[in-house]
Design a protein around this ligand. Sequence first.
Ligand code: KG4
Ligand code: ZN
Length: 344
Amino acid sequence: MASSGTILGIETSCDETAAAVYDGERGLLAHVLHSQAAMHAEYGGVVPELAARDHAGRIHALVAETLHAAGLEQQDINGIAYTAGPGLIGALLVGGAFAAGLAAATGARLIPVHHLEGHLLAPMLEARKPEFPFLALLVSGGHTMIARVDGVGRYAILGETLDDAAGEAFDKTAKLLGLPYPGGPQLAKLAESGKPGRFRFTRPMTDRPGLEFSFSGLKTAVLTALPKDADTQTRADLALAFEEAVTDTLAIKCSRALRETGLKRLVVAGGVGANRRLRDKFAAMEQRGEAEMYFARPEFCTDNAAMIAYAGWARYSEALAGGGILARARWPLHELTPPMTSAA
Ligand code: KG4
Ligand code: ZN
């Protein structure tokens, strides 16, 4: 793994335009993010074409702001890491094209980064970071999986969702409850005033062996239980019961994975990792001695460029001097391999 190098990270895979600088010796120097959430809220979800256009309009100024915050000039950057996928193809191409242009202008090396590898490695930006190997729960808007992580690029997926991702289930259920996009954090907020015990939903697939998930039935269960013209208290009670069911399910499966693998470290990554109830449940598992728990700070659980800059630094040795832009809407995590060690 590269020990030095100053890496600019660029994230534009969905509705966040973000840039950050990670330095091998000095750590994270700056990170800046613009969320398009308010723009997409009007449509109830991310509109890919609008996302790409907005990234294109902002990326230049946002990167300049990030470099300024880091106290650096363009030519101080050794590598430019950008999210190459998975994600919205137009949005990815904006970040990739900008990164390639800047690399060509400055001579910096270009580093395509897998978005999920960014999420998985995000806890490495914290003072208390996990050592390899560890188990990882990756819970985002597009993915839900439990993986064994033996090193950078050494990932074995032990279980995945068969249908909706956990974040997707949060977002869809939030919509049913009349909450605006993006629903996950809104649902969590509503659940805070929920009364426990009024509704109870099953913990899907915990009654059978295996580490697979299925969350699509839960939103149907909420819909069935939701009275017409439900008052705010009823919606809060449903939000709480839903959040309990999802977070319990994630905790039960992770406990099982820890027992089955014998691993003693667990990383929680991805947007749903920002959820307070989930973090409390995993902290309680740690207290019971199940494993050491490692979380990214909430703002680095959701999409950000700090994690992309870090993953880019971890792969700096295989960075390309020039070459084309890589952008993949779909990109299975298991296709990744460990970084090549630097020949020079
Ligand atoms: O990792 P992320 O920012 O983007 C993807 O790569 O998908 O995850 C976004 C997902 C959304 O579904 C969002 O609703 C969910 O994470 N999320 C939350 C919370 N914060 C974000 N879900 C529940 N509770 C939260 N506090
Ligand atoms: Zn993400």
